[in-house]
Write a protein that binds this ligand. Structure first.
Ligand code: ZN
Length: 124
């Protein structure tokens, strides 16, 4: 028996959330057209990783996928002409992360993180 699922049924984030680049930021950061295209591609890849995390029940696999997303964030900072700074990553906005969102959003830009010990990605 041939078992198949249409890609659109698997990759919900990647197909439902089309990423559009912030034009004001493009101008302010003086980003060239080629880099805008690279940013759009990396943002799309990020959503594929989100979907892969949602599809997985394997803690080690989920943590590995989350590390790929961290690397993507660093690459995006380079393309946006920002300095590479892990403290600016929205690490708590990853699917299946159960760390507190608002408190960590308030701490963005500082090394201070509030971790839920039960979070499958960042916990024990
Ligand atoms: Zn977490």
């Amino acid at each position: 028996m041939i078992y198949s699922i249409a890609p659109n049924n698997i990759f919900k984030h990647a197909t439902s959330k089309l990423y559009s680049v912030n034009n004001n930021l493009v101008i302010r950061q003086n980003i060239g057209l080629e880099d805008v295209k690279r940013i759009e591609k990396l943002q799309t890849i990020r959503f594929y990783f989100y979907d892969l995390i949602e599809l997985s029940d394997d803690k080690e696999e989920i943590r590995r996928l989350a590390k790929f997303i961290t690397q993507l964030e660093f690459q995006l900072q380079v393309l946006w002409n920002f300095k590479q700074d892990e403290n600016m990553h929205r690490w708590f906005d990853i699917p299946k992360c159960s760390c507190p969102k608002m408190d960590n959003a308030d701490n963005l830009g500082t090394p201070y993180k509030i971790i839920n010990p039960k979070c499958i990605i960042h916990g024990d």
